[in-house]
Design a protein around this ligand. Structure first.
Ligand code: ADP
Ligand code: GLC
Length: 482
């Protein structure tokens, strides 16, 4: 029996460019552990981390019929944490160096790649002995699954009891393409409407998914509200306001089997809220690894990990860095993305050797090392649908300084609240960010107060257990027989 089928373009540990990968590596296993049978389907990328998992070929020629009438896909399967994971393979689409883009921009055929993926998902699911009770799609890459399902239901009773859910992890990426690609998608003309897939004369894949899904979720309650207004609605706020009856926010959790300094396999030594000593060892190790000044061992070190994009407010950090460097502290950045930001950060590293260090690239173990080795975590995001890095930072005893937006607002209790776990500032503005960083550094100087905050942060729980319960409740509310 296939009960909940998750459709996603990333799943940790196989594939990951950001939080979506983490979510998909954790939510399905958690739902499965609650007795609901769970499967995931995702592309078979050329560059995947198979992590010793053996793949089994289950279909060598699944007929997809797109882009050519005789186009097929191979489907592979493996088991991961109680979940069956299926991979859609088609070399010309997915066997590439990157998943979605290179430094020169998005792949020119992204729309075709994910039309193919979504079509393959439904073709494969149609061959199952029993239909999935729920098909739960994530972000624009999986966004044609719900519309295809909606229209297939009209003629194919196999799907009668299948419910559809869409989760928006980031509204800024909508999968917007030309009208020609709407025609290619094979959706019926009826979908070319302001109530469907059409958006100012373009195909908008995420909008189509929202329109034709039974329920829509975002990854934090605050973001679910924010996207209804012009500041965060990315142009879809008008449409979203017509969909509020089926929209809700469910806060992401953290996978503490992967992100907990008590059992983290990437750290030189482990530590916990009960005994934080090891954190200092992790800091020393990190400073050595990055060739940073030993003097920083007993000064505050500020860490930033994330995509170097406008969303993450890395420009605010660049703005205030020269001023921060006049203080007695160190800063470390791990990220990749916008070439201008990368170049500027590298220049700054030349200017402040030993005290500011940037590592350009995407390295899982360094992300863990910086979470553990830093004292303060920086997250000046312009918007943040949920944000996982600040949730990890809390558990690693690295109180965050973050903009009070979206999921950051929902997960950080800001100083000077007696239960404070971090620091927030009202809006993405360099001055406000700078003041908040100084405030954090100030509290850091008071060792007793800081230790208390670190321990409070480490004891916070954002578990998948409660998020999975909320999703299951939602599936049942839709009438899914699970
Ligand atoms: P987003 O999904 O918007 O990028 P999240 O905070 O939800 O932000 O999740 C980011 C995930 O990607 C975290 O697991 C973080 O550790 C990881 N990550 C981001 N940038 C890097 C990087 N350069 N190297 C390693 N991991 C990274
Ligand atoms: C997106 C968002 C991030 C969220 C992640 C997982 O990439 O930018 O805020 O945590 O998805 O849901």
């Amino acid at each position: 029996m296939h009960e909940v089928l998750y459709v996603t373009s990333e799943m940790y540990p196989f594939s990951k460019t950001g939080g979506l990968g983490d979510v998909m590596g954790a939510l399905p296993p958690c739902v499965s552990s609650k007795g609901v049978k769970t499967d995931v389907i995702t592309p078979f990328y050329g560059r995947m981390n198979l992590d010793g998992n053996k793949l089994r070929l289950v279909y060598s020629d699944l007929h997809v019929g797109y882009p050519w009438p005789d186009t097929t896909a191979e489907i592979y399967q493996t088991e991961y944490e109680g979940v069956s994971v299926y991979f859609v393979a088609r070399g010309e689409f997915f066997d590439r160096r990157h998943y979605y883009n290179t430094h020169n921009g998005d792949y020119f055929d992204n729309c075709e790649r994910f039309i193919f993926f979504c079509k393959a998902v439904l073709k494969w699911a149609r061959l199952l002995p029993t239909p999935p009770a729920v098909i739960h799609s994530h972000d624009w890459q999986s966004s044609l699954v719900s519309p295809y399902l909606y229209f297939e239901k009209r003629t194919d009773s196999f799907w009668s009891n299948t419910k559809s859910v869409t989760t928006i992890h980031n509204l800024a990426f909508q999968g917007r393409f030309s009208e020609r690609l709407f025609n290619e998608s094979g959706l019926p003309l009826e979908a070319w409407s302001m109530h469907g897939a059409e958006f100012f004369g373009d195909l908008n894949m995420l909008k189509a998914s929202i329109a034709y899904s039974d329920a829509v979720t975002t990854v934090s309650p605050s973001y679910a509200e924010e996207i209804l207004g012009p500041e965060f609605g990315c142009g879809l706020e008008g449409f979203l306001n017509t969909q509020t009856h089926k929209l809700e926010g469910i806060l992401n959790g953290a996978d503490y089997t992967v992100w907990d300094p008590g059992n983290d396999k990437f750290l030189p030594c482990n530590y916990s809220a009960e005994n934080t000593k090891g954190k200092l060892e992790c800091k020393k190790n990190m400073l050595r690894y990055f060739d940073m000044s030993e003097e920083l061992n007993d000064k505050p070190v500020l860490g930033f990990i994330g995509r170097l994009r406008d969303q993450k407010g890395v420009d605010l950090l660049i703005d205030i860095l020269p001023r921060l460097m006049k203080k007695d502290l160190g800063v470390i950045v791990l990220g990749e993305g916008n070439l201008t930001y990368e170049a500027r950060l590298l220049e700054l590293m030349e200017e402040y050797p030993g005290r500011f260090c940037v590592q350009i690239g995407y390295t899982e173990d360094l992300a863990h090392g910086i979470q553990a080795g830093s004292d303060i975590f920086l997250m000046p995001s312009r918007y943040e649908p949920c944000g996982l890095t600040q949730i990890y930072a809390l558990r690693f005893g690295t109180p965050p300084v973050a903009t009070a937006v979206g999921g950051l607002r929902d997960t950080i209790t800001p100083y000077p609240d007696p239960d404070a776990t971090g620091f927030t500032f009202k809006k993405p503005d360099s001055e406000l960010f700078y003041e908040a960083v100084l405030e954090a550094v100030d509290v850091w100087q008071n060792r007793t107060e800081w230790d208390k905050m670190v321990k409070r942060a480490m004891r916070k729980e954002f578990t998948w257990d409660s998020a999975a319960d909320e999703y299951i409740k939602l599936y049942r509310k839709l009438g899914a027989r699970i």
